[in-house]
Design a protein around this ligand. Structure first.
Ligand SMILES: NC(=O)c1ccc[n+]([C@@H]2O[C@H](COP(=O)([O-])OP(=O)(O)OC[C@H]3O[C@@H](n4cnc5c(N)ncnc54)[C@H](OP(=O)(O)O)[C@@H]3O)[C@@H](O)[C@H]2O)c1
Length: 283
């Protein structure tokens, strides 16, 4: 058997081109374009690539991008002051703090200062609380992207056994809640999970969100499973890979996401969709 590819890149392009058309129409009525502010602290090269990509994507759909790049030794109070300004700025519909931030900063405190209705990364406790309660609100972009991909390919979730490897607040935890909402039976595995292979081999749908290349090997995957790779790892030769042994698991799974070109492009598309939904309410 060889798997079918869940093509996040093509889906993201489609979503962004529809979004560009919607923005084109609505901006004349609202009298302004949507705006996203991306804050970055320091010179983490991976973050710089992500920020660049987000800003370029904004412009591509007709959104304004208000980037702010702070030096790595910036004081917490200055970042918070900037966030307070952006919270009040009527041109700004979404605010995103690119993570990770340098260790001297308290990322949680900064994230809590973003106005919940501009929290396009869905990390404010108000938005996370709404997710727990299955209420509408801004939701984390990467898990949203995974859900969009599953929906696009008509992957049935109701009653299915899903295993997510990784329990971060950015990916694993919010994704588990979104899948529960769709009536999946969800297990979350992590670094202390005993017999990880036994757990993953039970999954109809397996999601890896760890950050370790080659973690998921073919023997850990149930034949015919849907396999989603959220991980992004750069090998010593510069190649980007996920957490899944793609070539091996490709022979076992029914569906698989590539890295790059799987979940990553959808994360950016969901960020812009979140910004657009704030804009529709705020503008
Ligand atoms: N595609 C995208 O757009 C996108 C977006 C966000 C993140 N990512 C990527 O996704 C990956 C995860 O990101 P994150 O922010 O969630 O990372 P994170 O906060 O470091 O969380 C990693 C999770 O993996 C678990 N883990 C670590 N080693 C493990 C092992 N050997 N077996 C099982 N579980 C293990 C950790 O368990 P403990 O909790 O026990 O420590 C933790 O829950 C990274 O590669 C990141 O670059 C991609």
């Amino acid at each position: 058997m060889s798997a079918k590819i869940l093509d996040g890149k093509t889906l993201a392009k489609k979503i962004l081109s529809e979004l560009a058309k919607e923005i084109e129409q609505i901006r004349l009525i609202k009298g302004r374009s949507p705006g996203l502010a991306v804050l970055m602290v320091g010179d983490n090269p991976a973050s710089a690539v992500y920020v660049n990509n987000k800003e370029r994507s904004c412009l591509g759909v007709g959104m304004n991008s208000y980037g702010n790049h702070f030096p790595g030794d910036i004081d917490q109070s200055i970042v918070i002051e900037e966030i307070e300004k952006l919270n009040q700025d009527p041109k700004v519909d979404g605010i995103l703090l690119q993570l990770p931030v340098p260790a001297h900063l308290n990322a949680t405190e900064i994230l809590y200062r973003i106005a919940p209705n501009k929290d396009v990364d869905g990390l404010h406790p108000v938005n996370l609380g709404k997710l727990v309660r299955a209420e509408e609100g801004l939701r984390s972009c990467t898990p949203l992207g995974v859900m969009k991909l599953l929906e696009e390919y008509d992957i049935e979730l109701d009653g299915k056994r899903v295993v997510i490897v990784g329990r971060s607040i950015l990916v694993g935890k919010p994704l588990s809640l979104m899948l529960l909402e769709k009536n999946a039976t969800v297990t979350i595995a992590h670094s202390r999970t005993a017999n990880l292979s036994e757990v993953t081999a039970n999954a109809d749908i397996l999601v890896a969100a760890v950050g370790r290349s080659g973690l998921i090997t073919p023997s850990m995957v149930k034949p015919g499973a849907v396999v989603i790779d959220v991980g992004i790892n750069r090998l010593s030769d510069g190649t980007l890979v996920g957490d899944i042994d793609f070539a091996g698991v490709f022979q076992v799974a029914n569906y698989i996401t590539p890295v790059p070109g799987g979940v990553g492009p959808l994360t950016v598309a969901m960020l812009l969709l979140n910004t657009f939904s704030s804009y529709k309410i705020l503008a």
